[in-house]
Design a protein around this ligand. Structure first.
Ligand code: BES
Ligand code: MN
Ligand code: ZN
Length: 498
């Protein structure tokens, strides 16, 4: 990832390939560095920008040569929209900064500087976050044909500010970097093929991250899971050569605590074939990413210490590979979850809710006051909301805090109902529950299933099946793994209940 520097200086005298400056669409749109540069260029920049489509609207960019008139060789204007703030506008700005950096990179810039009008911590954090997130690439498996792409070096990026703002800006850059590091980790894990990322290697990654980021980490293997009676997680993992595990990370803040302990639970199916209720070839194509919930939990946990979060946080990752073999679980089998509820398997492809069942009960027993699970759980959530996350919650306060957190980050989420009338659709024939309840309202049914394992603790469920992957590059979201959930969780954990 690009390391962003902060230096005291002036935009006009900084010799770089591209100088990024923001321009708002309001009446005072051209102030600060943009106005200074425009004056130094005899008003030419404003004129040329006006002749092109550039109006200063959020998300727009405009690149201009300076022909030696000032030290920066090119200037890239980034539209900041109207000056007032709002979460939707903020996200457009975040995207604008990502587009600005992308156009500078595409123009071949090796050195890039960024100058702000009146540097405010929120604005800088947002800008740096947008730029870093937008510059993500996963080149690990580029080979002989893509050597040049693989070896491409990132540009140097420096934020230029007045001497008096250096400390404040440095802190904002540090926070944005911590957040982006968490998102990068989640994206890397989702991008990695299932041949390399299985429950065992996921546990190894979590152990490493914990050691370097101030977390405790315990990995519960098959023997411990058997002792705990985690029959649902064990059942799903039975068909794989790699045993399932439950990864338990803990973050305990030094010093003052604000807000009760919270649990984050991630579905981490490192590959979902569907099991004997096998998927189609097409349906299986993106199923190495069926661990995006677990990746989001690990990505968020990685950043807690760097962001100085004031709550105790338990991160639980339910890891298994849903494979087919002589040992695999079958339709018709009955599994017993950790809380004694028995589950008749009507589809081995509804495996996410099974591993989460044990994960939720386990988490509830850690003494948390609320818990949030993240899972690429249902195709029905994709049909209902596309790339918007479906949020379900047993508690209105928790739902509101999560929706606020999501809105602040630009990760779109929409609340869906837990329709109690549908509960009878999950009644088992020979066991307590069955794990599917028909196609209508499939995402709701899955959430109702999970609620049985929330043990009466305020609980929320984020179905990220449609938001974990993006089919195209847009703003700060490159094609492929999005790392969704990491920023929502961090924003939620940074603002404890009133
Ligand atoms: N991992 C899938 C859900 C999924 C689908 C995620 C598409 C991302 C994109 C999940 O395990 C699954 O297979 N769900 C089934 C449930 C059904 C059998 C009740 C589904 O949605 O079809
Ligand atoms: Mn499945
Ligand atoms: Zn799945």
């Amino acid at each position: 990832m690009i390391k962003v520097d902060v230096q005291a200086g002036n935009a006009l005298d900084t010799a770089v390939d591209v100088m990024l400056v923001s321009v708002s669409g309001g009446a005072d749109g051209w102030s600060g560095p943009a106005a200074e540069i425009d004056a130094a260029l005899g008003g030419q920049m404003k004129r040329l920008a006006g002749e092109s489509e550039f109006t200063g609207a959020a998300g727009q960019t405009f690149l201009l040569q300076t022909l030696g008139a000032i030290a920066p060789r090119r200037v890239c204007l980034v539209g900041a929209g109207e000056l007032e703030s709002g979460s939707e506008l903020d996200d457009k700005r975040r995207r604008g900064w990502a587009n600005g950096l992308r156009s500078a990179v595409q123009a071949g810039a090796q050195s890039i500087a960024v100058a702000f009008d009146t540097p405010a911590p929120g604005e800088i954090e947002m800008a740096v976050e947008g730029m870093l997130l937008g510059n993500y690439r996963f080149v690990e498996h580029f080979g002989a044909l893509r050597q040049r792409d693989r070896d491409r070096v990132d540009p140097d990026v420096t934020v230029i500010v007045d001497a008096e703002h250096v400390a404040m800006v440095t802190e904002s850059v540090r926070r944005a970097t911590a957040i982006a590091d968490g998102v990068y980790l989640a994206r890397d894990l989702v991008s990695e093929p299932a041949s390399a990322l299985n429950p065992g290697t996921m546990a190894a990654r979590a152990t490493e991250v914990a050691a370097s980021h101030g977390l405790e980490c315990t990995v519960l293997g098959v023997t411990e899971l058997e002792r705990l009676g985690a029959g649902a997680l064990l059942g799903v993992g039975k068909g794989s050569d790699v045993p399932p595990c439950l990864i338990h990370l803990v973050y305990r803040p030094d010093g003052e605590i604000s807000g009760p302990p919270v649990g984050l639970v991630g579905k981490c199916i490192t590959f979902d074939t569907g099991g004997y209720s096998i998927k189609t070839g097409e349906g299986m194509l993106t199923m190495k990413g069926d661990m995006a919930g677990g990746a989001a939990v690990l990505g968020a946990m990685r950043a807690l210490k760097e962001l100085d979060v004031r709550r105790e946080v338990h991160g639980i990752i339910c890891a298994a590979e849903n494979m087919i073999s002589g040992g695999a679980f079958r339709p018709g089998d009955v599994l017993t979850a950790m809380n004694g509820i028995t589950i008749e398997i009507t589809s081995t492809d509804a495996e996410g809710r099974l591993v989460l069942a044990d994960g939720l009960v386990y988490t509830a027993r850690q003494g948390v006051a609320e818990m949030v699970d993240l899972a690429t759980l249902t195709g029905a959530a994709v049909v209902a909301l596309g790339d918007t996350t479906a949020l379900f919650a047993s508690d209105d306060g928790l739902a509101a805090r999560l929706l606020d957190a999501a809105a602040r980050t630009g990760e779109r989420a929409w609340r869906m109902p837990l329709i109690a009338d549908h509960k009878d659709r999950l009644k088992g024939e020979i066991a307590d529950l069955k794990n599917t309840g028909g196609r209508p309202a499939g995402a709701v049914i899955a959430a109702l299933f999970l609620e049985h394992f929330s043990e009466g603790i305020p609980w929320a469920h984020l179905d990220i099946a449609g938001s974990a992957r993006s089919e195209k590059t847009s703003g700060y979201t490159p094609q492929g793994a999005t790392g969704t959930g990491v920023r929502t969780l961090l924003s939620y954990l940074s603002t404890p209940p009133a």
